[in-house]
Design a protein around this ligand. Structure first.
Ligand code: ADP
Ligand code: ADP
Length: 216
């Protein structure tokens, strides 16, 4: 049966990093809504143009556009075995839409690993994050540096610092996370799907804990 994993955690918790690794280990597809929006921005689509101004300010893209984008992405062939959702759902409206979407496919959310990281560590991680312009792979100047400065190990493309990773915007995004996304912790806990993961550990230790949770 297909597996649908919702990776929960604040910006900087390591969702993208872990989802990338888990995809290789499990064969599940990785759906990152932030990553999909950044692809739209790079291709200058209508959605990309709208999303960019909101994302740069650390604000959410409207629910209807985000939900429609995920619905289209999740229906593709590479999602047949299941998916890891990273950055979606981000509020209760999107969580209800996820339920409907998966029910319509005869399925439901399997498990919700919640990656917990203290706020000072999150700020340190986000302010040192560098992202590949081509693959979207993320690095950190101190914790996960590329072999060659400014260059992606995987594809050789240029790394850049996201406009929304400045300290001021990071603080705003963490505030919005607390207000709008953190209610999902209780939402999934009540359904018995939440599993707490200690996120303030080396990358491979977090992966180990996540893999153990997914195998259950
Ligand atoms: P998210 O997708 O939750 O916003 P990322 O996966 O982009 O988080 O990680 C944020 C930053 O922290 C990146 O620069 C990444 O390299 C780094 N990072 C991720 N996990 C860890 C970890 N366990 N320890 C140290 N740094 C990490
Ligand atoms: P991070 O990994 O740091 O949490 P993301 O890449 O997930 O950042 O998201 C970057 C930005 O993209 C968000 O600040 C928001 O503007 C937009 N975004 C991503 N996912 C969603 C979503 N599910 N709903 C609305 N906006 C979103």
């Amino acid at each position: 049966m297909a597996k649908y994993v919702v990776l929960l955690g604040s910006p900087g918790a390591g969702k993208g990093t872990q989802a990338d690794i888990l995809t290789k280990e499990t064969g599940l597809a990785h759906i990152s809504t932030g990553g999909l929006f950044r692809e739209h921005i790079a291709q200058k689509t209508e959605l990309g143009i709208l999303a960019q101004s909101l994302m740069d300010k650390g604000e959410f893209v409207p629910d209807d556009l985000t939900i429609a984008m995920v619905k289209e992405r999740i229906s593709r062939a590479d999602c047949e075995q299941g998916v890891i959702l990273d950055g979606f759902p981000r509020n209760p409206v999107q969580a209800d839409a996820t339920k409907l979407m998966l029910n319509a496919m005869g399925s439901s959310v399997s498990v919700v690993p919640y990656i917990i990281v203290p706020e000072d560590v999150l700020i340190q991680r986000l302010s040192g994050r560098w992202t590949c312009r081509n693959s979207g792979h993320v690095y950190h100047t101190m914790f996960s540096p590329p072999e060659k400065e400014g260059i992606c190990d995987l594809c050789g493309a240029e790394l850049y610092q996201r406009v929304d990773d400045t300290v001021e915007t990071v603080k705003k995004r963490l505030r919005i996370y607390m207000e709008r996304t953190s209610p999902l912790i209780d939402y999934y806990r009540k359904q018995g799907k939440l599993v707490e993961i200690e996120g303030d550990q080396p990358i491979d230790s977090v992966t180990k804990d996540l893999l153990a949770t997914l195998k259950k």
